[in-house]
Design a binder for this molecule. Structure first.
Ligand code: NAP
Length: 291
């Protein structure tokens, strides 16, 4: 399937390269044209100068842009070039409502839409090992799957349009809980004077362990939080989850507390660190420093 790519950012540039390796990448468009030119020079794909031209030339368009308004803006920009049968796959993390709105706008010209947010970070995008959670009709998903399979290792159809994004929001709530637990437990252990490396080694094998505890508690021991999953990005994702919970009339304590903590971290200049920087706040509750 001749595929075009929109949004050559930290994730999208790697995902577009995966499509190229599979022989599917026809061309790309990026808001900042230098990135399109660089990809075209590297892969030989076409550098489109506007979204409608890309839509006209392709059977499938993959998007990976930033937030809700950006997805809808790009969908609107594709519409003049869209036609019945065009498949648009959105890999950005946005709300389920935005996915449904995008699907509706594309359906007016007979084009299909699949929401397909990804998990696995920039590393997963580079190695084409992303976990993809998709929403859409079974027919649209069947068309999207081979395209998504070039970029990810696990491609799962979760249900109708929006279900991919709802699954991604669920994942972001899990991440909030795991990082809260790991940071709080590590601050407690530190101020109990425990040998922290041995705590991670031992409890990492136990029932209270998590991916975050095993992989991110070492950051807390070293007091160094190199950009992995940036605070700013998780904040954006948790705001989406909050908005979705509010539609049920519910305020989830884990989301509210974590957003409050992230605000404090961002204001203190830690917004571009990995979310394990949350340890700073937990440590400070005990007075910080060494025991
Ligand atoms: P990024 O590096 O900031 O890249 C964003 C891309 O979207 C850029 O190419 C940008 O164009 C384009 N863009 C933004 N707004 C646009 C608009 N209104 N119109 C046209 N293009 C627009 O972000 P990223 O880290 O690749 O993340 C992309 C998406 O994947 C986000 O929804 C994010 O939540 C999700 N995600 C990220 C990660 C991660 O670890 N980074 C993991 C999973 C999911 P310019 O080049 O012109 O700025």
């Amino acid at each position: 399937m001749k595929t075009g790519f929109v949004g050559l950012g930290a994730m999208g540039a790697h995902m577009a390269r995966s499509l190229h390796r599979a022989g599917l990448l026809a061309g790309a468009w990026n808001r900042t044209p230098a990135k399109t030119a660089a990809l075209a020079a590297e892969t030989g794909c076409t550098a489109f100068d506007a979204p409608p031209a890309l839509a006209r030339a392709c059977e499938c368009v993959v998007l990976c842009v930033s937030a809700d308004a950006d997805v809808l803006g790009v969908v609107d920009a594709l519409l003049p070039g869209a036609r019945p049968g065009l498949l648009v796959i959105d890999c950005s993390t946005v709300s389920a409502a935005t996915a449904r709105e995008a699907a509706q706008r594309l359906a007016q010209v007979g084009a299909e839409f699949v929401d397909a947010p990804v998990s696995g970070g920039v590393e997963g995008a580079r190695q084409a090992t992303l976990a993809v959670m998709a929403g859409g009709t079974p027919e649209a998903f069947a068309r999207a799957k081979p395209v998504l399979a070039t970029m990810g290792r696990t491609i799962t159809h979760m249900g109708p349009t929006g279900y991919g994004q709802a699954t991604k929001a669920t994942n972001q709530i899990l991440c909030a809980g795991h990082i809260q637990a790991a940071a709080e437990a590590m601050a407690f252990a530190k101020h109990e004077g425990l040998p922290l490396d041995r705590v991670i080694e031992t409890l990492g094998q136990g029932a209270g362990s998590s991916w975050y505890f095993v992989n991110r508690a070492p950051n807390m021991v070293r007091d160094d939080y190199p950009a992995g999953f940036r605070v700013r990005l998780h904040e954006k994702d948790l705001k989406i989850a909050r908005e979705m919970a509010e539609r049920h009339g519910v305020h989830l304590p884990l989301i509210e507390m974590t957003l409050l903590h992230y605000r404090r971290l961002i204001e203190a200049g830690h917004g571009d660190e990995d979310i394990s920087t949350l340890f700073r706040l937990k440590d400070a509750m005990f007075g910080g420093g060494r025991e």
